[in-house]
Ligand binder design. Structure first.
Ligand code: NAD
Length: 297
């Protein structure tokens, strides 16, 4: 079997198109322009690239983008003061603090200072609790993107066996909650899991969010399973230079799986598309407007 490739790049472009259409409509009908504020502390090169591309795509879908770049020595008090200001700003519907923060700043404290209604990353403790209890929340972007691709590929996920590898607050745990919400039977595997290959072998859906290049090999995969690769790892090429690979050994898994997401071009583009979808959702909720269909859970 050769797996169907789930094209995250094309899927993300479609989601951004839906967001843009909805943004244009609420601008015309209600005079409201959704706004996303991104806060970057320090000069981490990877974070700078992410923030730039988020800003560009935010503007492309017709939203306002507000970038706040603070120097690496910014104090906790100054950062919290900026968040309070953004919480109070009616033009800002979504707030994202780019992680990781410099070591002297307390990430939990900073994230939990964001107004949960504007927490478009879905990391605020209130949103985590709402998601965990099956209530309307802001859903973390990466797992939301994975769920959208899975729903589109399968229709219903009800009764499917899902194995999520990784238990981070950003990906693994919310992914497991979302799959449970869609009535999958969910196993969460992690660094202390015994017999990982045997556990993965029973899955109809495998979501790998580990951060270990090409760890999941084709002989772990049940024939016909759907493999979602969240990992982003840079490895050396034999002839010099580097390339991006996922947590899944794509070539061997694609021989066995029914469907698979590539890296790059799979989950990554969906994450930013879902950030824009969440900003739109936050804006609609704050203005009491209908939420966009199919762009949130
Ligand atoms: P993390 O380091 O916070 O968590 C990794 C998880 O993997 C941990 O729960 C750990 O228990 C588990 N793990 C580690 N070694 C393991 C092993 N040998 N066997 C089984 N489980 C093991 O990472 P994260 O933030 O969840 O990110 C995971 C990967 O996803 C990274 O490569 C990251 O770059 C990528 N990522 C991609 C996107 C995207 O938009 N595509 C977004 C977020 C993260």
């Amino acid at each position: 079997m050769t797996a169907t490739v789930i094209d995250g790049k094309a899927f993300a472009a479609k989601v951004r198109g839906q967001v843009a259409t909805h943004v244009a409509r609420i601008k015309a009908d209600h005079g409201i322009t959704p706004g996303l504020a991104v806060v970057l502390v320090g000069e981490d090169p990877a974070s700078q690239v992410y923030v730039r591309s988020k800003g560009k795509l935010t503007v492309e879908v017709g939203m306002n983008s507000y970038e706040h770049k603070l120097d690496a020595e910014t104090s906790q008090a100054d950062l919290l003061a900026l968040i309070a200001q953004l919480n109070a700003d009616p033009d800002v519907h979504g707030i994202l603090v780019q992680l990781p923060l410099p070591k002297h700043l307390n990430e939990d404290l900073v994230i939990n200072a964001i107004d949960p209604a504007k927490d478009v990353d879905g990391f605020h403790i209130s949103n985590v609790g709402l998601l965990g209890t099956g209530q309307k929340s802001m859903v973390p972007c990466t797992p939301l993107g994975c769920l959208m691709m899975l729903r589109t590929h399968h229709g219903s996920l009800s009764g499917m066996e899902a194995v999520v590898i990784g238990r981070s607050n950003i990906v693994g745990k919310p992914m497991a909650q979302l799959l449970l919400g869609d009535s999958c039977t969910v196993t969460v595997a992690h660094s202390r899991t015994r017999d990982l290959a045997d556990i993965v072998r029973r899955a109809d859906i495998v979501v790998a969010a580990v951060g270990r290049p090409q760890m999941v090999s084709g002989d772990w995969i049940k024939p016909g399973a759907t493999v979602i690769d969240v990992g982003i790892n840079r490895i050396d090429k034999p002839d010099g230079g580097t390339r991006l690979v996922g947590d899944v050994d794509y070539d061997s898994c694609a021989q066995v799986a029914g469907a698979i997401t590539p890296v790059p071009g799979g989950v990554g583009p969906m994450t930013i598309a879902c950030l824009l979808a969440n900003t739109l959702t936050a804006c609609c909720r704050s203005a009491g407007l209908d939420e966009p269909q199919g762009l949130t859970v």
